[in-house]
Design a protein around this ligand. Structure first.
Ligand SMILES: NC(=O)c1ccc[n+]([C@@H]2O[C@H](COP(=O)([O-])OP(=O)(O)OC[C@H]3O[C@@H](n4cnc5c(N)ncnc54)[C@H](O)[C@@H]3O)[C@@H](O)[C@H]2O)c1
Length: 397
């Protein structure tokens, strides 16, 4: 095995026969929310495999530092040897596969990493899971599940009056990100149909909530608003997304894990179709209420910037299947979820500042000699450049 445990952050449980989950990408936004929620609600341990790219943040998992139910392993999902070792040692009853390159803008500038992680990485993980599952017997084999976390973006874009995406909508991905996720979905499907691996795939709409890296829209707007910087809105701001609070997404995944049927796919959405401009205005209104500026409104900071190439116009989700079959529906409305999110970001300036300054990377870089975080739209904005200038220069690269 190449790296043994490349990095074991928290103490190992030492058990080889324990019932546990193997999570990939559990230091990212949704994966970490899932791990924190899981361990808050039950005693079943989690082995958390994450490469710690720029999007992986161990600060988010700091509250688990002395929790023996959480085993953190720094590893790449391409590393078959390490995956084999982890499956053999910990004998998980399920895999929840969150690890991915997940930011559409980055996929436009550097598509190769998306193909490598989202397609080749998922293939490697599937192979390791299949080899492990093949040698299970009896109840262990029957109960094993591989839950693949995918996105609504694989379905492409919707006309204004078209019905929402269902699980049978034909795939039509439009960005390197969504194309790489679509490819991984097809591999997951094939592993069920060809080998019988008990896979389940979920397609979720846009998430927001605590611990989201501030390159994504809601935390980007929040942090820019509070810093008095421009709020960059793409094009005319009328692109429509369906928004889901991350805690509701995690609850849906727990339902899929517990009651989902192998071979099935489930759409997960918030029934909250909003234009980007509506989202930014709602956010500004919440901030005006909770943390008013000395003069004017946060909406004064809205700045329109050139549109993203190939920008899908509308996504909307029909989540009636998961409600009907698994009894899940979102607990939060967009307004309640957004209010919680605004309070979380205001209450956690240290987490935000360490991300903005890049300090959350220092510890990792010191220990693992990683490359510095790449230049991003967000990092430049955070350092004071104007939205228009940064976007123009990055697109020229
Ligand atoms: N954020 C959303 O709105 C949204 C919506 C629907 C679906 N999804 C999907 O949910 C999953 C999680 O999304 P997120 O927003 O938390 O992403 P994220 O970018 O915040 O986190 C991704 C995590 O994966 C890790 N990772 C990346 N490459 C890896 C590799 N090769 N090996 C091991 N770990 C690796 C990163 O270090 C990071 O911790 C993704 O698969 C994404 O496609 C996200």
């Amino acid at each position: 095995m190449r790296g043994h445990y490349n990095f074991v952050f928290f103490k190992k449980t030492g058990r080889s026969d324990s019932i546990m989950l193997l999570i990939t990408g559990g230091a990212g936004f949704i994966g970490a929310n899932f791990v924190l929620g899981w361990l808050a609600g039950c005693s079943e341990p989690v082995i958390n495999v994450d490469k710690l790219t720029y999007a992986g943040n161990l600060d988010t998992l700091g509250s688990l530092q002395h929790d023996q139910r959480h085993v953190f392993v720094r590893a790449d999902i391409h590393d078959r040897e390490t995956l084999n070792h982890l499956f053999a040692k910990h004998r998980p009853r399920a895999v929840l596969h969150f690890a991915a390159e997940s930011h559409v803008d980055r996929s436009i500038h550097r598509p190769e990493e998306f193909v490598q992680t989202n397609v080749v990485g998922t293939f490697t993980l599937l192979e390791a899971a299949r080899a492990y599952w093949n040698q299970l017997t009896g109840a262990d084999k029957d109960r094993f599940r591989f839950v693949h976390i995918s996105t609504d973006e694989v379905y492409g874009t919707l006309a204004p009056d078209a019905p929402p995406f269902t699980e049978t909508t034909i795939y039509a991905p439009n960005s390197p990100y969504s194309a790489s996720k679509a490819a991984s979905d097809h591999l997951v499907r094939a592993y069920h149909h060809t080998y019988g691996l008990p896979t389940l795939t979920t397609h979720c709409s846009n998430n927001y909530g605590p611990y989201q890296f501030p390159e994504k829209m809601i935390p980007l707007m929040l942090t820019c608003a509070l810093a008095g910087k421009p709020l960059p809105v793409y094009g005319d701001g009328l692109h429509i997304r369906d928004w889901l609070y991350v805690g509701d997404h995690c609850a849906a995944l727990r339902a899929v894990l517990a009651r989902g049927q192998p071979g099935e796919t489930y759409n997960i959405g918030g029934c909250n179709e909003k234009t980007n401009l509506d989202v930014v205005h709602t956010l500004c209104a919440a901030l005006d209420r909770i943390k008013a500026k000395s003069s004017g409104t946060y909406a004064d900071q809205i700045t329109f910037v050139a549109d993203r190439p190939g920008h899908d116009r509308r996504y909307a989700m029909d989540a009636s299947k998961i409600e009907r079959e698994l009894g899940w529906r979102p607990a939060e409305t967009f307004e309640t979820g957004l209010e919680k999110t605004v309070h979380w970001y205001l209450d956690h300036p240290d987490w935000v500042n360490r991300v903005i300054s890049g300090n959350y990377r220092n510890w990792v870089e010191l220990n693992f000699k990683l490359h510095p975080a790449p230049r991003t739209f967000f990092s430049e904005i955070a350092q004071g450049a104007s939205a228009k200038t940064v976007w123009g220069s990055m697109r020229a690269e």
